[in-house]
Design a protein around this ligand. Structure first.
Ligand code: DX5
Ligand code: ZN
Length: 218
């Protein structure tokens, strides 16, 4: 097997009273990134954490940071993400008025640019932009909360992205976010995904390092 599965544990499921220990656990694991969910209580019905917290994560992390902005005005916060060490910044297609301008700004800052799509959003909405981005983040739950159940239609959407990207952007990363666990991870990878976010599956496990390793092996 010459394919590599990228793994991005979602810090949203970590114990925030022990954030240093949690980040160090990820440092010691086979994870490729730390996934950072920013929620604004407007685009999604929940608030996660802000930049003082991401700075604390950055301080301890040896892994690159994968920012997922579930916020209505991502343009206003790109610089703050970069200041917190973002290696990837993903914005939602549903909120960007000028998606191309936002993507270009992210790239100018030197980060990889991603576009996220909600379960109810058509993959067609990515057609114009897919050749200019590094990553598509496919939401496999409705965004806003960790610990939700995986939506099965995600497999069909992976196939749609595969088809679109096969002639427009072969090297694109297809990141799956929400409800990823042992019952769907292998099928996601065999369908064509190459990057998995996992929050509760990793951080609620008795041995998170082993869980991360098992996802890496897919
Ligand atoms: C959901 C977030 C996810 C979440 C994943 O809105 O974007 O990244 O943290 O958590 P689990 O893996 O528990 O569904
Ligand atoms: Zn996320």
């Amino acid at each position: 097997m010459n394919r590599t599965t990228l793994v991005s544990p979602s810090i949203l499921a970590a114990d925030f009273a022990n954030i240093e220990t949690e980040v160090k656990m990820v440092n010691d694991s086979a994870a490729d990134y730390i996934h950072i969910d920013i929620m604004d209580g407007h685009f999604v019905p929940n608030i996660s954490f802000g930049f003082p917290v991401t700075k604390a994560i950055q301080k301890h992390s040896k892994k690159p940071l994968d920012f997922h902005l579930m916020i209505s005005n991502p343009d206003n916060y790109l610089e703050a993400c970069i200041d917190s060490g973002a290696a990837i910044i993903t914005v939602h297609v549903e909120v960007c008025h000028d998606l191309r301008a936002t993507i270009n700004r992210i790239k100018k800052f030197g980060a990889k640019a991603g576009v996220a799509v909600n379960p109810g959003t058509d993959i067609e909405s990515l057609k114009e932009i897919i050749s200019d981005i590094d990553l598509v983040l496919l939401m496999s739950v409705n965004p806003g909360f960790g610990g939700q159940s995986f939506i099965d239609n995600t497999y069909n959407k992976v196939l749609e992205i595969k088809e679109l990207s096969s002639f427009l952007n072969k090297n694109i990363l297809i990141e799956i976010d929400g409800g990823v666990n042992a019952s769907n991870a292998a099928k996601l990878i065999s369908t064509g995904a190459n990057m998995l976010v996992a929050g509760s599956y990793v951080f609620n496990a008795p041995n998170p390092i082993e869980v991360i390793q098992s996802l890496k092996m897919l």
